[in-house]
Design a protein around this ligand. Structure first.
Ligand code: N01
Length: 544
């Protein structure tokens, strides 16, 4: 189907059982599960012109899954789907992931119930009717018993508001809103702000053709070599054969099927540890972080030793000592999202790439033709903002549903993103979030996470229907104990010490709070337990 021509067969009634907002991995699965496995009437909405969610928007050059993903960053529920889809590389490109999602939409005939190019602008709970009513930017109203918010953990673009940025006359592209027509950098002077996963992925690609690239770096980053390669056919065949077991392992092992190292650093000499780091560096991907020794994210000494190992690697790769100095990360290794790079540090050895360290040479203002920092003027034709997202909570707040008493979520979440189980919110009955704050989200494989969260939504709906109940809602006690659980786990690690989007620290004024559940397998055990125990910590209303 042409992405700009949504099918016309979208259900035109204004009432249904469930509304799903979002047609990324989470929303597509919810639509499939609720419609095809449960027989509910479902209507889905997405502001994009086709399926894919974050993969539809983030199409900047170099975009890839930031993990050695194939074939595990994908749905697990259908052996047929696993058998028929060919992942060409170990670290999937954005184009491959998007093609896969499009294939899923075709295979399960999902598009007919999705209204594309449609933003949901309002969502209100009617306490008497026990129904949600949404309104779209086209003025349409739809009501449903259940509202499933699969609105994306990385959707709301974080854009810096430097003085004069609106006066800049060149093109500005945010990596999370990349144009669908190719952007040519040929012969252009390009500025890149931001050195997270997106900035690290995009720089080597832009540098290939641009006349000059100036990178404006606020925080130097740890990045590990991706060592991406073609996925051998025999590996793919074996994965397909073992899929049931692999799927179980993914569920049990934090989203990925592989065993991780149980070696203890203290049982090894310094020389042995260095040898192991070297081996993991050569294997590439996440191995250094998850397979060298246990406790990398909690043992300060071990973490510092690995951090220094990576800093040495950066010193080895980057030829200019001054640039290398500016690139030295100083936060605890891995406590910002670990980045897999495909030639990021090497890009600084090119004559056409310059690094500006904003800690020493801050941006003062934009001009019509570039950026003025304390150290001077930088002429720029194209500005690339790789400045990330108002992550996890941002898209729920953009939707800003109004719950009991018409209370907007922005009011409820003004100081803390309170929720229970990362899926439900006091005052917002029958509303379920997928990959919301307090859920494993990016700390688990997101497609599988969505499958498991939707299975829990099914158990909620069945519980309501079997008992003749109309609505379920989290309790204050449940929210408080969930907050204690996710932050208790995070506080046993080094994550909270670092300013990162995990902590909400990348957006000025955002409450500082750990935004994800770090132990995905334990999280999904808990969901199952809650369902088995008759939904303790929830309150119910008779069906009206
Ligand atoms: O965003 P980020 P991202 N002035 O927030 C800097 C996922 N992802 O889009 O570190 C100057 O990580 C900011 O600086 P600092 C992945 O989970 C997945 O790169 O806050 N700089 C940082 O360097 C990832 O973690 C994939 O000091 C400013 C950068 O911009 C998440 O998305 C690919 C600034 C933002 O880094 C987000 O990654 C890419 C300012 N005012 C991303 N504001 C795939 O799997 C921010 N920065 C394909």
């Amino acid at each position: 189907m042409n992405a700009s021509e949504p099918e016309q067969s979208v259900n035109s009634t204004s009432d249904c059982d469930a509304i799903v907002i979002g047609a990324g991995f989470g929303g597509l699965y919810a639509l499939y599960h609720l419609r095809d496995l449960m027989g509910l009437s479902v209507r889905s909405f997405d502001g994009a012109s086709d399926v894919g969610g974050t993969w539809w928007y983030n199409r900047y050059p170099g975009a890839r899954v930031d993990a050695p993903s194939s074939p595990f960053y994908a749905y697990t529920f259908s052996q047929e789907l696993v058998d028929e889809w060919v992942w060409p590389e170990t670290q999937s490109t954005q184009a491959d992931v998007l093609a896969y999602v499009e294939h899923v939409a075709d295979k399960f005939d999902l598009r007919k119930d999705i209204q594309f190019d449609t933003f949901v602008t309002d969502a209100r709970y009617d306490e008497d009717a026990q129904r949600w009513t949404i309104e779209t930017d086209g003025g349409e109203q739809v009501t449903a018993r259940f509202l499933i918010c699969a609105v994306g953990a990385l959707f709301v673009a974080n854009k810096p508001d430097y003085p004069g940025i609106d006066d800049f006359t060149g093109d500005i592209h945010h990596t999370g809103r990349w144009p669908h027509d190719p952007v040519s950098f040929e012969g252009k002077r390009v500025g890149v702000i931001g050195t997270g996963s997106s900035g690290v992925q995009v720089l080597p690609e832009i540098a290939k053709t641009a006349e000059h690239v100036t990178v404006f770096q606020r925080t130097p980053q740890f990045a590990l070599p991706a060592r991406n390669k073609p996925l051998p056919q025999e590996d793919l065949d074996q994965y397909r054969k073992d899929w049931d077991d692999l799927r179980t392992s993914m569920r049990r092992r934090g989203g990925w099927p592989f065993r991780t190292s149980k070696l203890r650093a203290r049982d090894h000499t310094f020389a042995e540890r260095q040898e192991r780091y070297e081996e993991m560096w050569e294997r590439g991907g996440m191995h250094l972080a998850i397979n060298s020794f246990t406790g990398v994210y909690s043992d300060e000494d071990l973490n510092e030793e690995i951090g220094e190992f990576v800093r040495d690697k950066i010193r080895d790769i980057v030829e200019d000592p001054e640039t290398s100095r500016k690139l030295m990360p100083s936060y605890a290794f891995g406590t910002k999202r670990l980045i897999l790079d495909n030639g990021y540090f090497e890009a600084y050895n090119r004559d056409n790439v310059t690094l500006v360290d904003l800690r020493e040479d801050p941006i003062e203002a934009f001009t019509e033709t570039g950026v003025r920092t304390a150290g001077g003027e930088h002429q720029i034709d194209i500005l690339v903002l790789a400045t990330g997202f108002d992550a996890v909570s941002g898209s729920m707040l953009k939707l800003n549903p109004k719950g009991r008493g018409g209370v907007p979520l922005a009011e409820k979440w003004a100081e803390r993103f309170d929720n229970n189980l990362g899926m439900t919110i006091v005052g917002y009955p029958n509303l379920f979030m997928i990959h919301g704050p307090g859920a494993p989200g990016v700390f688990f494989t997101m497609p599988l996470g969505a499958e498991l969260q939707t299975a829990w939504i099914e158990s909620c709906i069945r519980h309501l229907d079997e008992a003749g109940l109309g609505a379920m809602e989290a309790t204050e006690e449940g929210e408080a104990s969930w907050d204690a659980e996710i932050n208790g786990i995070a506080n046993r690690t080094l994550y909270p010490r670092t300013d990162s989007w995990y902590m909400g620290a990348n957006v000025p004024g955002k409450p500082r709070q750990f935004l994800g559940h770090l132990m995905g397998s334990r999280y999904f055990d808990r969901l199952a337990e809650v369902a088995e125990n008759g939904f303790e910590d929830f309150v119910f209303e008779e069906r009206r």
